[in-house]
Design a protein around this ligand. Structure first.
Ligand code: CMP
Length: 391
């Protein structure tokens, strides 16, 4: 019985690692991702095609069958993720039911649940043939595989002050334009500018350039105000677009792949960390994929980051000869600790996924987590000691 329970536990842990990208290059994990991405794209394409009457007439039953197959797979996927949820390092202290409930409320799981809603609605109300709008939500399932989309929440949270400033500027411009136009043409065009709320609607339309042409200013001053409002509108919209665009670009540059909680928790250096710290690290770490043969660090360069190997292997041309480091190991710590140039050249010997901790974040981490600092220091000491001393 115990052995059986032990097996089940292992299977659940394994399922969690596979589904949550703990091991990114694991073939099974990649195969599951590939199939799911393919099915999401096929299902959305089927939904779009189904809305065309000629296609519906010819291929309707086939498309419906495809949809049923996709939804069945999504349902199994959802159930498997929910079943494995108690293995999430952040939820391990909770009872399995509570862990699953909390996990079900995470954004990606809510999207997964929404992807199943159309089927439930169709079973409950068979008279409603197709609900294209609710089915298109399934496209969002791809967020799990896109580093930029997966971090959009964090992006908006990081930029919230700048975005709030844009809202304040927008409201300020809107009020000023409305008040100016109301003062100049309120008496001449009372139906559209007679009071401030009406004038604010006009200003909003002008700023967004929607339907602003319905009202033509009749005075020269009014025309001038309208022209300035339109130009300010362009600025008001360009500002948040620029902020989000820059953040998006940064995220894309920072992340070659999605860094998951399971991935960070598997790194031996962090495995004993509290879940909250791991969550912080997920936000801090950059993700870089390098092909075999890439020189990651060059001896003598300035140290600006430490690297953790999420998968793959590298070779260090150390003073004691070549040293091979693999999944779970780290390198690049010596230059950060000693503030001296890189002590060796490090080259990828296979396609390698790296989690990169920038120097500033590394220093912050050492202050917050002295135990981790001590572990890194101990390994660094071993590395710099001559071979005889190391033995
Ligand atoms: P750093 O000097 O910043 O850059 C090169 C890295 O190679 C170094 O940090 C260590 O992380 C790593 N390194 C150097 N010597 C050894 C060694 N003998 N064994 C393992 N790793 C090493």
């Amino acid at each position: 019985m115990n052995a059986m329970l032990g097996n089940r536990e292992t299977l659940r842990q394994r399922a969690f690692q596979t589904l949550e990208h703990g091991r990114r290059r694991e073939p099974l994990s990649r195969a599951i991702d590939g199939i799911l991405i393919l099915l999401v794209v096929a299902d959305v394409a089927a939904t779009v095609s189904f809305s065309v009457p000629e296609i519906k007439l010819r291929y309707g039953p086939g498309l419906l069958l495809l949809d049923r197959v996709c939804v069945a797979v999504f349902a199994i996927e959802y159930a498997a993720r929910l079943w494995a949820a108690p293995e999430h390092p952040m939820l391990r202290q909770r009872k399995p039911f509570a862990a699953r409930l909390v996990f079900a409320a995470t954004p990606l799981m809510v999207i997964d649940a929404l992807a199943l809603v159309p089927l439930l609605l169709e079973v409950a109300f068979p008279q409603i043939a197709l609900l294209p709008l609710t089915r298109i939500v399934r496209f969002l399932k791809l967020a799990r595989y896109s580093p930029a989309l997966a971090t959009i929440g964090r992006l908006i949270a990081n930029e919230r002050r700048a975005l709030m400033a844009c809202v304040v500027i927008f409201i300020g411009v809107l009020l000023a334009a409305a008040a100016a136009m109301h003062a100049v043409e309120g008496a001449l065009q009372p139906t559209q500018l007679g009071d401030l709320p009406k004038a604010m609607w006009w200003a909003a339309a002008m700023l967004a350039k929607i339907g602003g042409s319905e009202l033509t200013p009749v005075t020269t001053l009014g025309r001038l105000i309208a022209a300035i409002t339109v130009m300010l509108g362009i600025g008001c919209f360009a500002l948040p677009v620029a902020i989000i665009g820059r953040g998006f670009y940064e995220q894309i540059r920072r992340r070659d792949f999605v860094v998951t909680f399971a991935m960070v928790a598997r790194v031996p250096l962090f495995s004993r960390l509290e879940a909250a710290f791991i969550a912080d690290l997920v936000g801090m770490l950059r993700a870089r994929t390098v092909p075999a043969g890439t020189t990651i660090l060059r001896k003598g360069d300035r140290g600006d980051a430490m690297y953790l190997i999420a998968s793959g292997a590298v070779e260090v041309q150390s003073a004691n000869g070549p040293v091979r480091l693999q999944e779970g190991d780290f390198f690049g710590e010596l230059a950060l600790l000693s503030r001296e140039p890189r002590s060796a050249t490090v080259t990828a010997i296979r396609a390698t996924d790296l989690l990169v901790l920038d120097a500033d974040d590394f220093s912050r981490l050492l202050v917050r987590l002295p135990d981790i600092g001590a572990k890194v220091q101990a390994i660094a000491n071993e590395r710099v000691s001559p071979p005889s001393a190391a033995c």
